[in-house]
Design a protein around this ligand. Sequence first.
Ligand SMILES: Nc1ncnc2c1ncn2[C@@H]1O[C@H](COP(=O)(O)OP(=O)(O)OP(=O)(O)O)[C@@H](O)[C@H]1O
Ligand SMILES: [Mg+2]
Length: 237
Amino acid sequence: MIISVFSPKGGVGKTTVALALAESLSKNHRVVALELDFSPGDFVGLLHELDPGKNLLTCKHDILSAVQRPSGKEFDVIIGGYPGEHEHVRREDIKRCIEILKFKYEYIIVDIQPGIVELVIDVLAESDRVLVIAEENFITPIARINAFLDWIQINNLSDLKNFVFVRNKVTNKELVYIDKIKHSLKLVHDIPFYKKLKGYDDKRLQKNIKRLAGVLRNGTVREDKRFWLFRRILGKL
Ligand SMILES: Nc1ncnc2c1ncn2[C@@H]1O[C@H](COP(=O)(O)OP(=O)(O)OP(=O)(O)O)[C@@H](O)[C@H]1O
Ligand SMILES: [Mg+2]
């Protein structure tokens, strides 16, 4: 199963959610976390004893040689690479990489960079679920999500039925902006804002993510009732 974690806005918690899911699912499954972030991403900073020289670019001809196991973890990772380098990786390389990983792992968790590049289009299209991380504390992430979903739909890039919302850093149980998004994605999960979060493996976050992992594992994504009600009222159902 391929689960992509995406948001067109930086700093909303994509990497935190992706690694938290990898940590949680790896208790019972074979899991790899793939970093499709060439900003560069944060895997090397957040996980221990990874070799930054072994990445998607340097290993593109033998993707399994890019697989690394962070120390003390039960999941594998593949790290992205350096800024600008995505231009040297082709769409076919990523497609082949996903095909190979599907044989070896039950879950491929993809952490996708906010600045969308051609490389990630096939991954979004192939994903069983795309978790669109929405942080509602500001209007700008929501406005960007609107534009991103427009772009996906206008260009027929992927089927939006596999895209769902996960709200992160929730401080207010009420829906703030998410119901203003014109594309009717299901809101499947809320993650509270945790003061002094220790990272993706923080116990409080792990407890919460276990529920999200359960929802994804079952393959049934039940919509949050509040969102369902809003959409009904707005006549978007
Ligand atoms: N639920 C949460 N509660 C509190 N802090 C959080 C939560 N989720 C993420 N954070 C914090 O927010 C910051 C940004 O998180 P993260 O790096 O995962 O975002 P990102 O979307 O991957 O960023 P980038 O776009 O730079 O890759 C980190 O300091 C992280 O610890
Ligand atoms: Mg990140």
